[in-house]
Design a protein around this ligand. Structure first.
Ligand SMILES: CC(C)(COP(=O)(O)OP(=O)(O)OC[C@H]1O[C@@H](n2cnc3c(N)ncnc32)[C@H](O)[C@@H]1OP(=O)(O)O)[C@@H](O)C(=O)NCCC(=O)NCCS
Length: 163
């Protein structure tokens, strides 16, 4: 990601249409818990609609960054605007189990937020399962949320990107 981080072999780049097979291989390595925490549902194999959406980035209303270890995607972070050109977007992050707790989620979310701000996004919303403590830890330490909304099994962290 850069020379100062402990995994210099890792590369971060925007997701490309040709990444579908890499994303499929990433899913094959994920635990059911990680799938559930990211998608709020379980599936034995990722539905084609989800795979398609993850790689169908337009870099404006839907953007995704991937961390690659060699030819394998080991982490993904994305934003989705609810409608074209809105000033808010939903952010989500997924780190392969074997790479969790090594700082990738934090680094990726920071990079994504920087890009989002440059694309005119003023508010990022992260919806997390309320019992997902690693994600809550990331959400509360990566930046100071301007609001936190508790809604039963889900908690939303809302961040202002305006400086
Ligand atoms: C949540 C997730 C993205 C965190 O990514 P990560 O790369 O493991 O997190 P980082 O290493 O950058 O750590 C970020 C913070 O979370 C904490 N954390 C990460 N994993 C943790 C764990 N298993 N237990 C406790 N704390 C944990 C870290 O300690 C760090 O906080 P700190 O700096 O105060 O110590 C990752 O666990 C994941 O992909 N989970 C499955 C999908 C998911 O839950 N996505 C979130 C909803 S969209």
């Amino acid at each position: 990601m850069n020379g100062r981080q402990p995994f210099p072999q890792l590369v971060v780049r925007p997701v490309e249409a040709g990444d579908a097979e890499r994303v499929r291989r990433l899913f094959a390595r994920l635990s059911p818990e990680s799938v559930y925490r990211r998608f709020f549902t379980l599936f034995p194999t990722p539905p084609a609609s989800i795979l398609h959406h993850l790689v169908a980035v337009d870099h404006r209303d839907h953007e995704a960054l991937a961390v690659l270890d060699g030819d394998e995607i080991v982490a993904l972070a994305s934003w989705d605007r609810p409608a074209r050109g809105t000033a808010d977007a939903e952010v989500a992050v997924l780190v392969e189990d074997a790479w969790q707790h090594h700082g990738l989620g934090r680094a990726l979310v920071r990079m994504l937020a920087g890009r989002a701000s440059r694309e005119g996004i003023a508010v990022l919303n992260a919806t997390i399962l309320s019992d997902n403590y690693p994600a809550r830890r990331l959400a509360t330490t990566v930046a100071k949320p301007k609001n936190v909304v508790f809604d039963g099994p889900e908690t939303s962290f809302i961040y202002s990107l305006a400086s």
